[in-house]
Design a protein around this ligand. Structure first.
Ligand SMILES: Nc1ncnc2c1ncn2[C@@H]1O[C@H](COP(=O)(O)OP(=O)(O)OP(=O)(O)O)[C@@H](O)[C@H]1O
Ligand SMILES: [Mg+2]
Length: 249
């Protein structure tokens, strides 16, 4: 049996009268890339905010490495890194200073933060722009720094909320390679994206959410197999089949 690094049990969160997350349960195995997929407004980011101790659930629990978000959030925060869907950068700081700042926030010494920042800049292909102000960066460079920040402190579990949204194939490929490299180092990753082909290639298992609930969960190949010959069916076909074609928001 694979070791379960994160267990989410019956998570619920409503805002006014909207059930943003409506009874979500799943677990993520140590070392796997777990995809959380779903249309706009499905509840992916709200789920991630509860998993990462940012938002208390109305109901249910999250257990990470044996620690509950209900009363051991501080222990969980030492294990996780979060790449938020909305860029969280200081535009007037350099790339290095953004990384060092967030490294200090997670408790690294100045020396350690600078050393990790340098290694991360190399990993995300920004060594040449280490001293450049982030406000001058392209969209892809900003996304790469946003991802880099989540790696400061070498967290065991990463929550990557649409890290490749709106960027060119070169930046997307760099992020893709970075995520695969992290998996190779044994990190556990929760990943959201609207690019189904990317999820199919990258994720060991995916959960498809809609209207705050999980409507399908399995290995991409198995999900495709349930719909037809897996060489003919795409994960996008599965996605549309499970979530319908009506527009959301
Ligand atoms: N702070 C909030 N206050 C009020 N409503 C919220 C809040 N956060 C999320 N919602 C609502 O909860 C629902 C789920 O939103 P969420 O951001 O989790 O979806 P998502 O799956 O991440 O969507 P997207 O793919 O667009 O990022 C939506 O209806 C959204 O409007
Ligand atoms: Mg979202």
């Amino acid at each position: 049996m694979p070791e379960e690094f994160l267990i989410a049990q019956d998570l619920q969160k409503s805002f006014n009268h909207i059930n943003a997350v409506d009874g979500v349960s799943f677990s993520i195995h140590k070392g796997e890339i777990f995809g959380l997929l779903g249309p706009n407004g499905a509840g992916k980011t709200t789920t991630i905010r509860m998993l990462s101790t940012v938002l208390p659930p109305d109901n249910g629990d999250v257990v990470v490495a044996g620690h509950s978000v209900r009363n051991q959030g501080d222990l969980i925060r030492r294990l996780i890194g979060v790449c938020p869907q909305e860029l969280a950068l200081y535009p007037e700081f350099s790339a290095t200073d953004n990384l060092v700042f967030f490294g200090r926030m997670v408790g690294l010494s100045g020396r350690e933060a600078r050393s990790q920042a340098q290694a991360i800049l190399e990993r995300v292909g920004l060594t040449d722009r280490a001293q450049g102000r982030v406000e001058k960066f392209s969209g892809g460079m900003k996304r790469r720094i946003n991802l880099g920040i989540s790696l400061m402190g070498h967290p065991e579990l990463l929550f990557l909320d649409e890290p490749t949204v709106g960027i060119d194939p070169q930046s997307r490929n760099n992020i893709y390679e970075t995520i695969l490299g992290l998996k190779g180092e044994g990190k556990t990753i929760l990943y959201t994206t609207h690019y189904m082909e990317e999820a199919d290639r990258l994720c060991d298992r995916v959960a498809i959410m809609d209207h705050g609930r999980i409507v399908a969960m399995d290995r991409p190949l198995e999900l495709k197999r349930k719909l037809g010959p897996p060489d003919k069916v795409t994960l996008e076909d599965v996605f549309l089949n499970m979530t319908g074609r009506s527009l959301r928001d």
